[in-house]
Design a protein around this ligand. Structure first.
Ligand SMILES: NC(=O)CCC(=O)C(=O)O
Length: 263
């Protein structure tokens, strides 16, 4: 089974949700020229990563604006949208939440980022999620994690053990850690023998400069496409037969000895 995946590597305007919604809509329209089955947005594309003083004011109340927006566009274009993530206010907490919509414009899954990036104080401003997220769209079994979650290999192995064939990874990952972004994304693809669709942002937040390099990586660790550091859409075909093939050739999942380690 083959699917076309488009990553929107967007320069996110810091603290400017209305400009970001306009830009995301334009990019989704433009991505349709590549006839994708899946379109993916980056992390906190509504606010940037992340406003501190203005967070509560700028966060999307119950995700209502984002859900309406993604539902309308996925239905209009008959495309599945992995909605990156947005800052969402629920009750008196703010979450870093991803919404996933299918071609019919129906919300099929949502995920709250589990690990807040403590060096930036994200864990103090956002409430961390408590649930893993696995979903199926168009016959594809997928999981999602957000940015800093990438460093927690146990989380991603847990998703792989639930049988996912592709991991979506929206991010706002900055310089100077481009090397970590690339190396860890490729490592997660190789060690779990799955595709990784890693969609980073561009843009600045004070001293932080996001490093782009959105990539689709196959289970052998080949980078099928890389947006480098340009604001643009990149698209690749992914062939899910490769997942079955590599797992037959080098059957890591069969050869594991989990009684000797935690996971
Ligand atoms: N948005 C993030 O979670 C940033 C993560 C990061 O910069 C890192 O892990 O390094």
């Amino acid at each position: 089974m083959e699917k076309r995946i488009s990553l929107i590597q967007m320069d996110v305007s810091f603290e400017n949700p209305s400009a970001n919604f306009r830009k995301a809509e334009g990019f989704i329209e433009e991505a349709m020229k590549d006839k994708p089955d899946f379109i993916c947005l980056p992390e906190t594309w509504n606010t940037g990563f992340f406003p501190k003083e203005e967070l509560e004011k700028l966060a999307d109340e119950n995700g209502n604006t984002t859900k309406k927006f993604l539902s309308k566009l996925s239905k209009k274009h008959n495309v599945n949208i992995i909605g990156g993530s947005v800052a969402v206010k629920r009750g008196d907490q703010v979450y870093n939440t991803s919404y996933i919509f299918n071609r019919e414009g129906t919300l099929v899954a949502e995920y709250d980022k589990i690990h807040g990036f403590s060096p930036s104080g994200e864990n103090e401003y956002f409430k961390g999620g408590e649930n893993l997220c696995v979903f199926e769209i168009d016959g594809v079994k997928a999981g999602i994690v957000i940015c800093y979650d990438l460093r927690f290999l146990e989380l991603i192995r847990s998703l792989a053990l639930k049988g996912i064939d592709i991991l979506f990874l929206p991010a706002q990952w900055p310089h100077p850690r481009l090397n970590h972004w690339k190396t860890l994304s490729v490592a997660r693809a190789i060690e779990n023998q799955m595709f990784v669709a890693a969609v980073n942002a561009l843009g600045t937040n004070g001293k932080l400069e996001m490093c782009g390099n959105s990539m689709i990586i196959d289970p052998w660790g080949n980078i099928l496409v890389n947006a480098e550091e340009e604001e643009k859409i990149v698209t690749s075909v992914v062939d899910f037969e490769i997942v079955k093939d590599i797992r037959n050739r080098i059957n890591v999942f069969k050869d594991r000895k989990p009684h000797l380690y935690q996971l």
